[in-house]
Design a protein around this ligand. Structure first.
Ligand code: FAD
Length: 275
């Protein structure tokens, strides 16, 4: 099988211990030769410096790294300043998102949707950045319908995005269906599949509830049946997610983007099995 593109996502650590731990994790994952690392950006700019610092540290170590940028809660002025900071640091790739403000944070700022952010980035910086945006094969939880969500996804590409990364999912058919429907709408950019390794049942259920990812019933039942037997959960999760990746790549997915949760073991184990 030809080696597909693959990228690995981290969040910026909040403590010196977290920074140190991420260095070790990244060194372990770097041997897999990923296309790039990406670093999330807390909605409302909460991790602005941490995101940049983490990206710059990765770059100094010789890795390709892309910051995320979420626009919710931001003003044109604040986003312009961040773009200038990224440009000044010779960053050429970013993941552009709306973000989700925590409840009680207040009003949404000047940007309502990620498509407006993409439009703004293109207006301000031309072709300087390669822009990736988010896609939702199982529908974004706030969308009115899958068709509406697909059209809204297409707006981001029409606004100038170069590629997309999906929310994680465990139903390969949802991904293939989404890509077909996007192609029919004239969207032909690469749609990289987002992959969430399964290592912790409670955490997986909580995240999936928030982001609208469906855990197939049989997977859920099996994970629940292991109780606190973490080794069995991890072993089963590894099988399920590796098979999903195999199916996606065999069906033409242009790449995989791993939500690493700042951990090396699961991403590494899945990738080794795919080689
Ligand atoms: P949008 O594309 O703006 O869509 C949000 C909702 O609005 C959807 O329901 C869409 O259908 C609807 N919509 C869009 N345009 C219109 C329109 N014109 N009219 C009506 N409705 C519309 N969050 C962070 O805070 N930081 C991160 O670093 C981060 N990284 C992520 C990386 C990936 C790969 C993914 C998949 C998600 C990431 N997220 C991150 C989460 C993301 O911010 C949330 O999923 C958020 O709720 C939606 O962001 P979006 O960019 O997809 O928004």
């Amino acid at each position: 099988m030809p080696q597909p593109n693959f990228s690995i996502e981290f969040f910026p650590p909040k403590t010196p211990e977290g920074v140190e731990k991420l260095r070790i994790v990244r060194a372990k994952l770097a041997v897999l030769n990923p296309t790039y690392f990406s670093v999330t950006f807390g909605a409302g700019g909460t991790t602005q410096q941490g995101t940049l610092d983490t990206v710059l540290e990765m770059r100094a170590e010789g890795f390709a790294a892309a910051p995320h940028l979420s626009c919710v809660g931001g003003s044109a002025e604040s986003i312009r300043a961040i773009l200038q900071q990224y440009k000044a640091n010779d960053i050429h790739r970013l993941v552009a998102l709306r973000g989700d403000l925590p409840s009680g944070y207040g009003a949404g700022g000047e940007f309502r949707y990620a498509s407006e952010l993409v439009e703004f980035i293109r207006k301000e910086t031309g072709d300087w950045f390669r822009i990736e945006v988010a896609a939702y094969p199982e529908m974004h939880p706030q969308a009115r319908s899958p068709q509406d969500d697909l059209k809204n996804f297409a707006r981001k590409i029409q606004a100038g995005a170069d590629a997309a990364i999906t929310q994680y999912f465990y139903n390969a058919d949802a991904y293939f269906q989404f890509v077909d429907a996007a192609n029919k709408l004239g969207v032909n950019v690469p749609i990289v599949a987002g992959i969430m390794p399964i290592t912790n049942y409670t955490q997986l259920m909580r995240f999936s509830e928030m982001c609208g990812a469906e855990i197939p019933r049989w997977v859920r039942l099996k994970l629940a049946s292991y109780g606190d037997d973490s080794a069995s959960i991890k072993a089963f999760g590894l099988d399920v997610v590796t098979q999903l990746c195999e199916r996606l790549l065999a069906g033409g997915a242009p790449g995989l983007h791993f939500y690493s949760m700042n951990q090396a073991v699961a991403t590494s184990a899945i990738w080794q099995r795919l080689l």
